[in-house]
Write a protein that binds this ligand. Sequence first.
Ligand SMILES: [Zn+2]
Ligand SMILES: [Zn+2]
Length: 258
Amino acid sequence: MIKFCNLFSGSSGNCTFVSSKNTKILVDAGVSCLKISKALAELDVSLDEIDAILVTHEHIDHIKGITTIVNKYHVPVYASEKTWKMMDSLKVPDAYQLTFEPNNIFNIGEFNIYPFSIPHDAADPCGFSLSCENKKITIATDMGYIDNTILEQMEKSDILLLESNYDVETLKCSPYPFFLKQRISGKNGHLSNDVAGKAICHLCQRGVNNIILGHLSKENNFPELAYQTVLNELKQLDLSCNLSVANRDKIDDVLELA
Ligand SMILES: [Zn+2]
Ligand SMILES: [Zn+2]
């Protein structure tokens, strides 16, 4: 049985739990060790049991808890070489610094992991597909746009956590300075609800059924707005899927793939 649970999502911190019978993985650890430990306790999991943390990129909302987790619980951390260079200040002991090469498959316990490059303003940002027992889970947040390679990578996912960061109109009207608006909506920024919706239609037509909208902006989006925008896109094409929005500050329901 594969389990998936989004623990935290958004610019205040990201962390996702994925497990099989014998392997437990966190993707990102962008909130405090204490918060992650409490969230995992709700799933009856201790940080001691985590086999690895996969890091998508070096922004603080993805790495905040790492140093304490490593020091307290001795969990190995996987990141690309370029990302490790940017995380020098975390002072993770060498023994726990493991590397992967983007766009090359590797294994952690029972999972095959495929890190795929995504466009974002970080050194070497990646999404991840985690596969086990013929099931595939894909996590793709923090990207300015989706090209065909990324879209293909997300196909055939049994569960997809996809960024739906901002609403175009809300961002336009927000008090953010112009340069920041440009950054967010630029090709190395974040995905809008509209773009996420279009991608989801494509994926839904190819059988992706469980989709969670994640990494919503607190200032430039609303959960209901993201949900409705994507739902409207789906309705226009007479499509439907199991769509939900990731909670920011508390854990979501666990999804199980038998
Ligand atoms: Zn982020
Ligand atoms: Zn980021």
